[in-house]
Write a protein that binds this ligand. Structure first.
Ligand SMILES: Nc1nc2c(ncn2[C@@H]2O[C@H](COP(=O)(O)OP(=O)(O)O)[C@@H](O)[C@H]2O)c(=O)[nH]1
Ligand SMILES: [Mg+2]
Length: 195
C-alpha cells in the first residue's frame, strides 16, 4: 500500500475513550521496547510519526494513526516490561483488553516478539488470548538485523514452538533498520482488511 498521507488522529487514555468511527483498524502490540513504533514508522514510510524511544515504557496511551484517510493503525501501550512498575502495567491491561474485545472495526493485530528472545509469559498469554478471541493476527519477529541468517532461522523455530503456532499461523521476521520483511508484512495486513 502506498501511504500518501499519515497523521496522528487520536489518543485514548481510558476505557470508553476510543474514537467513534467505522474506519478499519489494525492494532500493534507487544512488550515495551520490542520495536513497535519503529515498525509502524517503517511501514508508513515516515521517520518519526510514531514515537520511538530508547527509554522503555515511555509510550503511554493508545495512538490512532490515520493513513490515506481510510485506514487506521493503532499503537497499543507496551505490556510486561520489567522496568515499568506493576501498577503502571496494571493500569493498561484492562484498557488494552477492552479495546481488543469490544472494537467492532478492528480487523486484525500485529503481535511483535523480539527475535532474540524466547517469548515471555506475557507474550504467550497475549498470543493465547488473541487466538481464543479469534482476532486475526500476524506475529512478527522484530530486530531481525541483530541476528545472523542461521541464528534467525533457529530463533524463528524457537518462537514458533514456544507459542505453539499452527502451520497456517504466520510468523514473519522483520527489521525496521533494513526494511527486511516489510513487503510480506504489508501483504499480511492487507489480507486482514475488508476487500
Ligand atoms: N537493530 C534494530 N533496532 C531496532 C529495531 N526496531 C527498533 N529498534 C530499537 O529498539 C528500541 C525500541 O524501539 P521502539 O520502536 O521505540 O519500541 P517500542 O517501545 O516497542 O515502540 C529503539 O532503540 C529502536 O531504535 C530493528 O528492527 N533493528
Ligand atoms: Mg513505542
Amino acid at each position: 500500500m502506498k501511504i500518501k498521507q499519515a497523521e496522528l488522529k487520536a489518543g485514548a487514555y481510558n476505557i470508553g475513550d476510543f474514537p467513534d468511527w467505522d474506519l478499519p483498524e489494525i492494532s500493534f502490540l507487544g512488550r515495551s521496547n520490542v520495536g513497535k513504533s519503529s515498525l509502524i514508522n517503517n511501514l508508513i514510510g515516515r521517520k518519526n510519526l510514531a514515537r520511538t524511544s530508547s527509554t522503555p515504557g515511555k509510550t503511554r496511551g493508545l495512538y490512532f494513526y490515520l493513513l490515506n484517510g481510510k485506514l487506521c493503525f493503532v499503537d497499543l501501550p507496551g505490556y510486561g516490561y520489567a522496568k515499568v512498575s506493576k501498577k503502571e502495567q496494571q493500569r493498561w491491561a484492562p484498557i488494552i483488553e477492552e479495546y481488543l474485545r469490544s472494537r467492532g472495526n478492528l480487523f486484525g493485530s500485529v503481535h511483535l516478539i523480539d527475535c532474540r528472545h524466547e517469548p515471555s509469559e506475557n507474550d504467550q498469554m497475549m498470543n493465547e488470548w488473541l487466538r481464543m478471541h479469534s482476532i486475526p493476527r500476524v506475529i512478527v519477529a522484530t530486530k531481525a538485523d541483530k541476528l545472523s541468517r542461521s541464528a534467525l532461522l533457529r530463533q524463528i523455530k524457537v518462537i514458533r514452538n514456544s507459542l505453539d503456532l499452527f502451520e497456517e499461523e504466520t510468523l514473519l521476521p522483520f527489521s525496521a533498520r533494513t526494511g527486511n520483511g516489510r513487503e510480506q508484512l504489508w501483504k499480511s495486513i492487507t489480507a486482514m482488511l475488508p476487500q
